[in-house]
Ligand binder design. Structure first.
Ligand code: SF4
Ligand code: MG
Length: 326
């Protein structure tokens, strides 16, 4: 993904000057085959918009996406992209047609893509079994007859029905009880191994992201501020925002180890993000340069990048780290 950008116009009163929410603002990253890349950041940072742009559920303003060496929209048609890439959303109910049985829901995609009815039904039943729903019990049920965890299993089966290689999971386990969430996470890992899948895993829950991800991307106000291997990021976060996120995690109650905990200062308005480094209004280490110039993402370690003026490339310590250590 190179320079992906999406701004949404807001307001609309005649006398108002045109304003935009910079939902996603020139982000670049890659995902390797077989990886799980986690995406974290406070709500409104652009995580879901990023996933929707990748799926081309809406067109980006600019930027490009290369899938397996093919430029999406040019070498790789969107219809084919949507077969190779699928998405699972947080709301397990909203994404299922209430009038279709579970079997029909899972068979629907393949039928649209030309698979014969009988074959699509057989595939549907196979996939239901794979996601832990006995087809004899569940195939003829309707979504409202299932629990949230069961519905999310159906959504995962639906996503897999077109044999995608990349699955985007947007808060896919966030609405589930903790015990059900753990089961679905393990299911996702099993399916990944069995089908050779690659995941982009979006969540506000840092513990879940740490559990499932190989690498993690941290977003702030539409930009990627840090990216790196998961344990490297946890043990050696180099961007003050990443540090603040982790520091905001209460440690006693596992249910509260999320980013909903407040970080110092008000979250700035994404309509008018601060100039320079967007985190400068909340950053304890901000200096003059921070409001004047936008920091580029620089390499700070193996596969580890941070967009902060104080993050010194290589193994050197950033000002922020020195200050925190002191
Ligand atoms: Fe803080 Fe400046 Fe780094 Fe931004 S660039 S995170 S304001 S130190
Ligand atoms: Mg979201």
């Amino acid at each position: 993904v190179k320079g992906l950008t999406k701004h949404f116009p807001v307001g609309g009163a005649l006398f108002e000057k045109k304003r935009v929410v910079r939902a996603v603002d020139g982000i670049s990253f890659d995902i390797a085959k077989g990886e799980t890349v986690g995406v974290v950041g406070e709500s409104g940072c652009g995580k879901s918009t990023t996933a929707r742009l990748l799926m081309h559920l809406m067109p980006p303003d600019s930027g490009e996406m290369i899938y397996d060496g093919q430029k999406v929209g040019r070498d790789l048609p969107l219809r084919e992209l949507r077969r190779r890439m699928q998405m699972v959303f947080q709301d397990s109910y909203a994404s299922l047609n209430p009038r279709l049985t579970i079997e029909d829901s899972v068979a629907f995609g393949p039928k649209v893509h030309g698979v014969r009815d009988a074959d699509a039904r057989r595939l549907s039943r196979e996939l239901l079994a794979k996601v832990g729903l006995n087809p004899q019990t569940f195939a003829n049920r309707y979504p409202h007859e299932l629990s949230g965890g069961q519905r999310q299993r159906v959504n995962i089966a639906r996503a897999l029905a077109l044999s995608p290689r990349l699955v985007l999971l947007d808060e896919a386990v966030s609405a589930l009880d903790k015990s059900v969430e753990a089961q679905v996470l393990n299911l996702l890992n099993d399916l990944k191994a069995e089908f050779g899948l690659t995941y982009l895993f979006i969540s506000h829950d840092l513990n879940v992201v740490r559990y499932i991800s190989d690498r993690v991307l941290v977003m702030y106000l539409g930009e990627v501020v840090e990216i790196g291997p998961v344990e490297e990021l946890w043990n050696n976060p180099r961007h003050p925002y990443t540090r603040a996120l982790f520091a905001a995690m209460p440690t006693l109650d596992p249910d509260r180890r999320t980013m909903e905990a407040p970080i110092a200062g008000d979250p700035p308005n994404p309509i008018d993000p601060p100039p320079g480094c967007r985190f400068h209004t909340r950053c304890p280490f901000a200096e003059d340069v921070c409001s004047a110039r936008s920091p580029a993402l620089v390499t700070v370690g193996a596969g580890h990048g941070a967009a902060c003026h104080m993050a010194i490339p290589g193994s050197g310590h950033s000002r922020a780290q020195g200050a925190l250590a002191a």
